[in-house]
Design a protein around this ligand. Structure first.
Ligand SMILES: Cc1cc2nc3c(=O)[nH]c(=O)nc-3n(C[C@H](O)[C@H](O)[C@H](O)COP(=O)(O)OP(=O)(O)OC[C@H]3O[C@@H](n4cnc5c(N)ncnc54)[C@H](O)[C@@H]3O)c2cc1C
Length: 398
C-alpha cells in the first residue's frame, strides 16, 4: 500500500533542503535571472563540498534507502521551491545519469558513480532533441556509424541542459542519442556516452531563455566524434530507443516535483502577503460564503495537492520497481498545467507588485512554463496516457 506518511528521514531531509534554499538560493535567485550564462558557483561549491554530506541522495552510490526516489522528489521540490534554475545546476547525475541508470550495463552505472566521487563538481546531460524534432524523438537524424572498435557520431543537438557544465566546466559526460540505421526506425536509435574532452563534440551556442536562466542550455555539434565501442550504453543488445522512454519514466516525476516546488513557493508567498494585509483564508467555509480571493486560494491548494499526490505515487512505483509510465505522465501533465495556472494567478492577485521585479513571482511564472515543455509536453504526456489506457500503439494514436 502507498503510504501518505513520510518517514522522519524524508521530513528531515526536506527541512534541511528548504533551509539550503533559503540561505543559498533565494538571496541570489534574482541576480542569476538577470545574468543568464553566469553560473552560481557559490551554490554549486556549497552543494558539492557541504550539502552532499547531509543530502546523500545527491552523491551517487552513497544513498541506499528503499525510498530513495521518494526522497529525491522531496529534495527536488524543496530546491525548486527556492529556485528551479538552481535545481538544474545541481552537480549530480540528473537527466544524463537517469539515462545511464535506465539503459546502461552494471559497468557503465559504476562508471557514473565513480565520476561523482572526484574532487570537483561534475555534471551529466542528455541530448535527444534536434532542430526538426523534439516531441517526435523517433525522427532524430544524428548518425552513429561503427568504425573498427569505435562509433563515429555526426549531427546537431539542440537545447541540451548542462552541456556546458558537463563538457567545459567539468570532466563529465553527455548521453547522446543517435541512429545507427535510419531505415530501422526506433530500433536503430541508441544512446552513446560522450566524455568531456572528446574531439569532435563542441558547444556552438548557449540559448537565451524565458526562464530557468541560471541553467545552461546549449546547441551541440558532433563532427566525426569518435567514441570507444563500449560507450554504447547497454552494449550492442541494449534497450535502444525503449531506454529513452524508460529514462522519461524517472525523469518525469523528477520534473513534476520541481513544478510542485515552484507552485508551492508561489502559494506560500501569496499567503504571506495576504497575512501581512490582515487577510485570513477561511478554510472549511462553504464555497458560496467565501470571497472570490478565498476560492482562488483554496482551488490552488487543491490543484497543487492533486499534482503532488500524482507525483509521489509515480515516485513510489519507481521505489517499488513497478511500471509507472502512465502515472509519471499523469503527474507531469497535471503539474504542467497547475504550475502555470498558480504562478499566473499569483501575478494576477498581487497586481502591480506581482508584475514587478521587486518579488520573485513574475520569475516563477516564467520558470514554471517549462514544466509543460521539456521531458514531453503536456500534449505528448496526454498521448502517452491515452495510448496506455486505450491499448493503442504509437502508430495507431499520434
Ligand atoms: C529549457 C529547456 C531545456 C531542455 N533540455 C533538454 C535536454 O537536456 N535534452 C534534450 O534532448 N532536450 C531538451 N529540451 C528540449 C525539449 O525536450 C523539447 O523542447 C520538447 O520535447 C518539445 O519539443 P519541440 O520544442 O521540438 O516542440 P514540438 O515537438 O515541435 O512541439 C510544438 C508543439 O506541438 C505540440 N505537439 C507536438 N506533437 C504533437 C502531437 N503528436 N499531438 C499533439 N500535439 C503535439 C507540442 O505539445 C507543442 O505544444 C529542452 C528544452 C528547453 C526549453
Amino acid at each position: 500500500m502507498i503510504s501518505f506518511e513520510n518517514s522522519q528521514y524524508i521530513r528531515d531531509q526536506h527541512k534541511y533542503t528548504e533551509a539550503v534554499a533559503l540561505e543559498h538560493i533565494r538571496p541570489v535567485a534574482r541576480y542569476f535571472d538577470d545574468h543568464e550564462h553566469e553560473e552560481p558557483w557559490d551554490f554549486i561549491n556549497f552543494i558539492w563540498n557541504e550539502g552532499r554530506k547531509t543530502l546523500k541522495i545527491l552523491a551517487p552510490g552513497e544513498e541506499n534507502s528503499e525510498e530513495s526516489f521518494m526522497l529525491q522528489m522531496h529534495v527536488n521540490e524543496a530546491i525548486s521551491w527556492g529556485d528551479m534554475g538552481f535545481y538544474m545546476c545541481l552537480p549530480y547525475p540528473s537527466l544524463g545519469g537517469t539515462a545511464i541508470t535506465s539503459t546502461g550495463t552494471e559497468g557503465q552505472k559504476n562508471r557514473l558513480i565513480e565520476r561523482f566521487r572526484g574532487n570537483k563538481p561534475t555534471w551529466t546531460g542528455m541530448a535527444l532533441t534536434e532542430s526538426h524534432c523534439g516531441s517526435d524523438a523517433m525522427a532524430i537524424r544524428a548518425r552513429a556509424v561503427q568504425d573498427g572498435d569505435s562509433w563515429v557520431l555526426n549531427g546537431e543537438k539542440l537545447f541540451v541542459t548542462n552541456a556546458r557544465k558537463s563538457l567545459d566546466d567539468s570532466q563529465g559526460f553527455l548521453v547522446i542519442w543517435a541512429t545507427t540505421d535510419p531505415a530501422a526506425g526506433h530500433k536503430g536509435i541508441k544512446p552513446f556516452l560522450v566524455e568531456a574532452g572528446t574531439p569532435g563534440v563542441k558547444i556552438t551556442k548557449l540559448e537565451d531563455k524565458l526562464g530557468l536562466r541560471s541553467s545552461d542550455t546549449a546547441v551541440l555539434l558532433l563532427e566525426d566524434c569518435r567514441v570507444p565501442f563500449e560507450n554504447l550504453l547497454g552494449g550492442p543488445d541494449g534497450t535502444g530507443f525503449k531506454g529513452a522512454m524508460k529514462t522519461f519514466d524517472s525523469a518525469r516525476p523528477a520534473i513534476a516535483a520541481c513544478g510542485c516546488g515552484i507552485a508551492r513557493a508561489t502559494l506560500d508567498f501569496l499567503k504571506e502577503k495576504l497575512a501581512e494585509e490582515g487577510i485570513k483564508i477561511r478554510y472549511g467555509l462553504p464555497r458560496n460564503l467565501m470571497t472570490s480571493l478565498e476560492r482562488d486560494i483554496v482551488e490552488m491548494d487543491a490543484q497543487l495537492s492533486a499534482a503532488w499526490l500524482l507525483t509521489i505515487k509515480s515516485a513510489w512505483l519507481v521505489d517499488q520497481d513497478k511500471p509507472n509510465t502512465v502515472e509519471s505522465s499523469m503527474a507531469k501533465a497535471k503539474i504542467g498545467e497547475v504550475a502555470s495556472k498558480i504562478t499566473q494567478k499569483g501575478v494576477e492577485l498581487l497586481g502591480a507588485l506581482g508584475y514587478s521585479k521587486k518579488t520573485l513571482i513574475e520569475k516563477w511564472m516564467r520558470d514554471g512554463r517549462i514544466i509543460d515543455i521539456f521531458e514531453g509536453t503536456g500534449e505528448i504526456n496526454r498521448l502517452v496516457i491515452a495510448r496506455r489506457i486505450l491499448g493503442y500503439s504509437g502508430r495507431e494514436l499520434k
